[in-house]
Design a protein. Sequence first.
Length: 435
Amino acid sequence: MQLERLGITELNEMQRQAERAILHGTQDVVLLSPTGSGKTLAYLLPLLQLIDRQSHQLQALVIVPGRELALQTDRVLHDLGSGLHSAACYGGRTAMEEHRKLREIQPQIVFGTPGRLNDHLDKGNISPYGIQYLVIDEFDKCLEMGFHDEMARLLKKLPGIRRHILLSATDAEQIPDFVRMGRVQRLDFLEKEQQVSERVTLYEVKSPAKDKLETLKHLLLQHGSQQSIVFLGFRDAVERVDAYLCSQGFATSAFHGGMEQKQREDALYKFSNGSANIFVSTDLASRGLDIPGIENIIHYHLPQNEQEMIHRVGRTARWDKLGRTYFIVGPQEQMPDFVEGSVERFEPTASSEQPAAPRMATVYIGKGKKDKLSKGDIVGFLCKKGGLSPSEIGRVDVMDRYAYAAVSRQKLQQVLQLTTGEKIKGIKTVIEQVK
């Protein structure tokens, strides 16, 4: 495994202590640490050393509250080059499709949502008998009332758990008895006197109208091509605000729980690879979204409580980066009383500028791993046939049946024109823009 693959030179103190506790200790571990501090690596790195690589049994189960976190963590494991077999299991696609993949991969570690994991265990698609390590990521969310029954049913089906590892950026009032925790080593890295990271600057933005669209527009214009997340409280509000911003020429991705899985994956991918610079979302994106370059968090709808705010703001200032968060306050609203620290007033200035275009665009390629395509094949094809230099190609992800590639927006039409009808490794395929 090479941390350098992830752009990391050394572990931080939280990760080093977590590694000692998980790898060399015998107790269950509860790890509390701010968002963006690297909790995923904190449990993955020691866990990978505990798993028996010679055994094809499933040995570690990681429970997460949503599909995006399952996919993202599975991708982190893959990027580490550990050589372990893994799978992500979540709703939004057929369980039969996942079952085929589970049989094919024979994963030693599975990342999954509670409902889908229950389904696989009930159908015998996953054997519980080799599972020794149970990780609950975002445990405060997984163990709250909305997941309570699913989690209770799930944990009853896991008789052989030797170690529990629970992680979150916010604590839970209590851990339910059905988790069956043993002796616990608690690692608390939350800054008691600090609600959000000191690397985040807080701003209050007054909207003269109840409808905040014009204020949001002027605020985003001032941020140019910076990466921003706009948080709203409702799905229909996400669609309304996204439609407005698109009509004004902004490059956006809309994201909420009512969208089809493929739509959500496309939206997240466009934002994470720089093809859209504004992410309009419900609080679904407040957890498990790890994109290092997010500079601005905008609360179009004010957070309902402190925990909600902490997770929203945690999407910026990841690791050692700086960030800003803006609370758009309407004429009949006021700043939430749970917001601590210094809050500066910010007044967007009226601007006639056009929205800044993102640097990249995303292309869809209709072949993938099952067609023996690799990232190298796609980069080579885009350079040779699409006329690009390597510096004009961004993130490339190869799925089983298709692939995505980020290319320079200025060269998009050239790429589409030059690759029409061309073959990759002798295979004809569809190449089109993801809009």
